[in-house]
Design a protein around this ligand. Structure first.
Ligand SMILES: [Zn+2]
Length: 369
């Protein structure tokens, strides 16, 4: 259900039925998506995984329709969320899968409770309800086989949703933490630095038991090479078949590590953006809320410089003096040559202050002249 075929080429990926994406564009969207409480969703999903099977006791039989109804609502709510996320939003995803699956096996169930006169009440084309008072041990061997089949399909269905939720948890915890490490410096990492950070990160996770707490793929994947027409050009593409989203995100992440296509959290607005192998920046290019004509990148770099100035008294004094002298030049109280001479001298003074040839007080007094 969540599996797909993907063709990788350079820094792009073509997903069958969903079109083209940049490397790690999908991971960025998942990092950025405002999920409901994923741990809570996971617990609910596991609870359905344990309980959704053909009733084995009279108690289970009595509560079965209620369980199915809650399941239909729960999984349809997940479908709505998944419809907002790439690549699924561009695919024609099947909805209402639990309802459909239950209807494939509706010969087990009554649409209304306590009705067994089928001549007067022909079965509807679709059941809305799934009542039964027969438990598993009441079924004849043929029906037993059918019930086992139903159980297996229910298990597979719920498992796919459970793994999807786990994949989302892994993105929000493990992937986010790993990317923080990758972006600790102020530059793209080279191959050796990448290996070191990856090694250290993975060794910290050794003791963890759950796969969604680790930087690992989920599901299965297979790979073949196929000719593919990309932008009018016939090229040999790597074609992967992923059974889960988690398998795809894993491969895509490492491709991005190699070709510098990586999600990063913006140092100003805190949202994720995709670095695309161009100049490294800790800031995104969204326009800021205060000033629509400025992006985080415009304001962020200015802020970084301002922070630096404010934490460096020598630089602060130098910057003030520079602005004063520049204003004098603009008001024509200084000629261009005088200003240039002063600017060179000011730089020299600043360096002497850094080298402690001048005390801070001497420097501050001299540069104001
Ligand atoms: Zn930003």
């Amino acid at each position: 259900m969540f599996g797909f075929d993907a063709y990788f080429y350079k820094n792009r990926v073509l997903i069958e039925g969903a079109g083209q994406y940049k490397t790690n564009e999908i991971l960025t969207a998942f990092l950025e998506y405002d999920f409901p409480d994923l741990r809570e969703l996971l617990e609910s999903c596991k609870s359905f995984e344990r309980k959704l099977h053909y009733p084995e006791t009279i108690d289970e039989a009595a509560r079965f329709d209620d369980l199915v109804q809650r399941g239909i609502v729960f999984f349809n709510t997940l479908d709505e969320m998944i419809d907002e996320l790439p690549p699924y939003r561009d695919m024609k995803q099947k909805h209402n899968s639990l309802f459909e699956l239950m209807n494939e096996h509706r010969y087990f169930f009554d649409n209304e409770p306590d009705i067994d006169h089928y001549e007067n009440h022909p079965r509807p084309e679709y059941n809305d309800h799934f009542y039964t008072d027969l438990t598993f041990s009441d079924l004849d061997p043929d029906m037993c086989d059918g019930a086992l089949q139903l159980n297996q399909k229910l298990r597979e269905l719920v498992e796919q949703y459970r793994v999807f939720i786990e994949d989302c948890i892994r993105v929000k915890t493990v992937y986010a933490a790993f990317l923080e490490k990758v972006h600790e410096g102020k530059e793209y990492l080279n191959a050796r630095e990448t290996v070191e950070i990856y090694r250290a990160f993975v060794s910290e996770q050794k003791e963890r038991i759950r796969t969604y707490d680790k930087l690992e793929p989920s599901g299965t994947m297979s790979e073949v090479f196929v000719p593919q027409n990309i932008d009018g050009e016939l090229v040999l593409c790597e074609k992967y078949r992923f059974s889960t989203l988690g398998g795809f995100l894993y491969i895509d992440l490492f491709k991005g590590l190699n070709n510098h296509f990586l999600p990063r959290r913006c140092g100003l607005c805190g949202r994720y953006f995709l670095l695309e192998a161009t100049a490294y920046s800790p800031f995104c290019t969204r326009s800021t809320t205060d000033r629509k004509d400025k992006t985080c990148r415009d304001l962020g770099h200015r802020k970084t410089y301002a922070d630096k100035v404010n934490s460096d008294p020598i630089l602060l004094v130098y910057t003030k003096a520079y602005k004063q002298h520049y204003a004098r030049y603009l008001k024509k109280k200084m000629s261009q040559n005088e200003f240039r001479e002063w600017a060179d001298y000011a730089l020299e003074l600043r360096q002497r202050a850094y080298d402690r040839e001048l005390s801070f007080e001497e420097f501050a007094e001299e540069i104001r002249k």
